[in-house]
Design a protein. Structure first.
Ligand SMILES: [Zn+2]
Ligand SMILES: [Zn+2]
Length: 338
């Protein structure tokens, strides 16, 4: 089969890779119905996070179970399944409290931009949908594998409650779905920090009530103006830079919550500022597995349609163009069909 392999900065190739096989009795092989390019794939693509050797790519997936190892009991061939970018056993102490992305036996799933995928720890990782979904539901189900699960976790970590004022820092796919999550959780006011027209439009569709285009300290001043000088109850940080993190902490009211899911690149916090900020900080890699049953139910019943975040769909063999379009900001997020 052929799949995506990154050779170096902006050198992404679609080339022959080994067919995945069952290696451990707890594995499953999934035939991907769809996969996609993640904002976090752009860090190595741009060379900010160097790759030492040619590296298969992709960690967001959903599809039909093709084969399972002898120890797998919870999913079977023919079922449509979704899993997280971290495989988990779903039974260790960390999984038990809902932090499957910190599973003591976690394994990264990172070869998903291909027709077939080996998923370790299948019983603890994959969740089946009630039936095989119609084709038009596949994009929304795919988002649950990471981007929607991460936006949902950001809102959850930021303690979004009905009636809250929420700020979302970042208008990438995760930020946009963080807005959808906050809206679904009953936030009254959702302020999107966004500077891009096409993204502002989708932000409004996903529930944003206000748009702030300023960044950094000016952005914080603007949030303060909009909240009578108080700051927001809940702030979702969905970027991962020093500026976005400080923007999030400074835009939060005393006693408020910051949910941060942007993978930090060079973020350093000053202890004294943190001490006097008086905010709750919670975040990290989203325990997508924990939220999958609830989110599958919401998509299945048509209550949310996170698949709208894909504004470019390409056949898998054009994966390189999918990366380029996101790198050049011509696309928010690229869906790939094998
Ligand atoms: Zn991702
Ligand atoms: Zn575990």
């Amino acid at each position: 089969m052929r799949g995506a392999v990154l050779y170096g900065p902006r050198d992404l190739r679609f080339e022959v890779r080994d067919m995945p096989t069952i290696i451990k009795p707890t594995d499953a092989i999934v035939r991907n119905s769809a996969t996609c390019v993640c904002g976090s794939d752009l860090w190595p693509y741009r060379g900010i996070q160097p790759v030492a050797q040619p590296t298969p790519m992709g960690h967001e997936y959903c599809g039909i179970v093709e084969d399972v190892g002898s120890a797998v009991t919870s999913v079977k061939p023919g079922q449509f399944v979704i899993g997280s970018f971290f495989a988990s056993d779903n039974k260790c102490p960390n999984c038990h409290v809902g932090y499957q992305s910190s599973c003591q036996n976690r394994e990264l799933v990172n070869t998903a931009q291909a027709p077939l995928l080996r998923v370790p720890l299948a019983d603890g990782t994959l969740v089946a949908t009630p039936n095989v979904p119609s084709d038009d539901m596949v994009p929304s189900l795919l988002t649950l594998s990471d981007v929607m699960g991460t936006g949902w976790f950001a809102a959850h970590a930021a303690n979004v409650k009905p009636g809250n004022t929420v700020v979302v820092v970042g208008d990438g796919a995760v930020g946009l779905l963080g807005m959808l999550s906050a809206s679904q959780m009953g936030a009254e006011r959702i302020i999107a920090m966004s500077r891009h027209d096409s993204r502002q439009k989708l932000a409004r569709e996903f529930g944003a009530t206000d748009i702030v285009t300023e960044r950094g300290d000016e952005g914080v001043d603007r949030i303060k103006e909009l909240t009578n000088g108080v700051g927001a109850d809940s702030v979702l940080e969905c970027v991962g830079t020093q500026e976005s993190m400080m923007q999030a902490i400074r835009a939060t009211r005393k006693g408020g919550h910051v949910g941060y899911v942007g993978v930090p690149h060079g973020v350093e916090l000053n202890g004294e500022e943190l001490f006097f900020a008086h905010v709750h900080l919670h975040g990290g890699p989203a325990p997508v597995r924990h939220f999958l049953p609830e989110l599958i139910d919401l998509v299945w019943k048509g209550k949310i349609n996170p698949g709208k975040v894909f504004d470019l769909t390409l056949p898998l063999d054009q994966v390189a163009e999918g990366y380029r379009a996101m790198d050049e900001r011509r696309a928010i997020k690229t869906l790939l069909r094998p």
